[in-house]
Design a protein around this ligand. Sequence first.
Ligand code: OSB
Ligand code: MG
Length: 367
Amino acid sequence: MRLERVELFRISMPLVGTFRTSFGEVSQRQCLLIAVSSQGLTGWGECVADAWPGYSYETAGTAWEILEQHFVPALLGQEFDGVGGLHQRLARFRGHPMARAGLEMALWDWLGRSRGQSLQALLGGRGERVEVGVSVGIEPTPEALVERVGGYVDQGYRRVKLKIEPGLDVEPVRAVRGAFPDLRLQVDANAAYTLATAGPLEELDAFDLLLIEQPLAEEDLLDHSRLQSRLSTPICLDESIGSAAAAQQALALDACRVINIKAGRVGGLAEAVAIHDLCRSQDVPVWCGGMLETGLGRAANLALASLPGFTLPGDISASDRYYAEDIASPRFDLADGCLTVPQSPGLGVELDRSALQRFCLEQLSLS
Ligand code: OSB
Ligand code: MG
């Protein structure tokens, strides 16, 4: 195949509420949308890099630069063979997994549309619905947190993830566990602790959590392994797992017992599936992480999460948990704690060009 045109859009969409994590607060989500066109068909992808480097070093700005200057020129007008061919053409470039993944997602959408197959079918997923959870930001008081969690429980979410940071960990978790004794509960520190400050995490063993996500620094597999030996709760890694090779090392070191898979963080859906396959062969549970995606990224996450090794509910909430207005339709509604996996060709959602123009800050067409 040969790409004839690639369009980049930098967008900013208001979230329904401010989302606070240990690395900062966000109330407007920035990301890039990428459209690839060939043979009269267009595929859409979402690059999940945010406005500033809090979660990872990539930003919407760095992704734009890398796509415009390097990745897109390496592909435009060149003959290559599907997703494998795309990765071969980009193999000489180091890093920038979110930029890579956004482009790859657009190609998956294009491939699915050209073959009349859903992304779920292309990836090897199955089933009409997947069970999902919700990620809840840090709240100033335990009372406010319990109220927010209660709202999500009333909507039908059966698994809740609480963001924590030093000083806002044991007491908030105690309050939520006290109010919801049977709720499936987990926490995410986004790398906010060190081995020296991880004492409170040992106290969390008392609250029957499914897992503790990314307690320590991204690079620090060894200390995660040391910490895991002190905890009965499984550690789950997010930021630390950039590839299947990293996953293999983390598991060999017992640095984690669960893995959060995000296609953006690992350079695309192909690598995400490779991590899934590796974990499945070792009976390690995985779940699909989220990056506050628009309807496009959410559609891709649902297809990925329908693979058989995704045995824990993902951070893939309903559209109304994030955005009053989205750029893709149909929206995703929660039913009985589940979302429906799109079945139409490609991502299975349609981009709304007029909504896109309303949220668009900058756009560029390359051909
Ligand atoms: O660490 O999982 C994370 C959002 C942005 C960046 C990092 C993370 C998150 C979330 C939200 O937890 C997940 C979602 O609902 O999309
Ligand atoms: Mg996380």
